[in-house]
Design a protein around this ligand. Sequence first.
Ligand code: PGA
Length: 264
Amino acid sequence: MTARTRRPMVGGNWKMNTTFPEAVRLADDLKRRIGRLRAVDIVVYPPFPFIEAVARRFDGERVTVGAQDLHAKASGAFTGAVSGPQLRSVGCTSVLIGHSERRHVFGDSDVTIAGKLAAALQADLDVVLCVGETLAERDGDRTFAVCERQLASALHGLDATALQRVVVAYEPVWAIGTGRNATPGQAQDVHRFIREWLAGAFGAATATATRIQYGGSVKADNVAELMAGPDVDGALVGGASLQAESFASIIQAVGQAGTPSSKS
Ligand code: PGA
């Protein structure tokens, strides 16, 4: 196997949780606990109104702050929506695109998601593109086809340079918030498929450099075995990111499991 250079990455998606005081406390608590964890890129995704305050708390730290969604337009009459330039202006540096709750609860289509992804890059934001199948799609043997469709439509028209700003998160819908995570083998199979697809679309070098996170009921006690897959480069964590202690344990486990030299 070729030498691996991908730096592991852990995201904490707070979803529509925390009040402002709770968000600030969580950020402060996390800051204390991750002081010495250097081997992992860490991103937290607070609710929109708390992004600026959380970003200030992590100023000068290795934690960056992202948004959970954005609108495809930069400004205008779009009541209730938040744009890429607005996010950038409050210290947000990345955004989740195509999270399964956006796709399945809010009805974001592949076309909508492609528009949001383009808008994020246009606004100078890094992107975590989430893909993944429902239980019915997995049971119908359509996992690879669904991931391929979601990748192809979201990344259509991008070149290898643009891909440097994109991380892919494989999040099987049936594993999100259910306590039922994919087995390490199931995760690795889809991650390998995604990397092979990226190689076909953008070339081997881009595919080798692109990080692919796993998400769906990741906890401190299952993350190490998931990380054993050679194509698993980190985790996107929902529920377990709401407690600084469990999130820090996950980051630590990813750091230990994910250094390129420890996986080969
Ligand atoms: P979960 O959420 O860890 O609570 O399953 C993951 C996600 O939605 O990103």
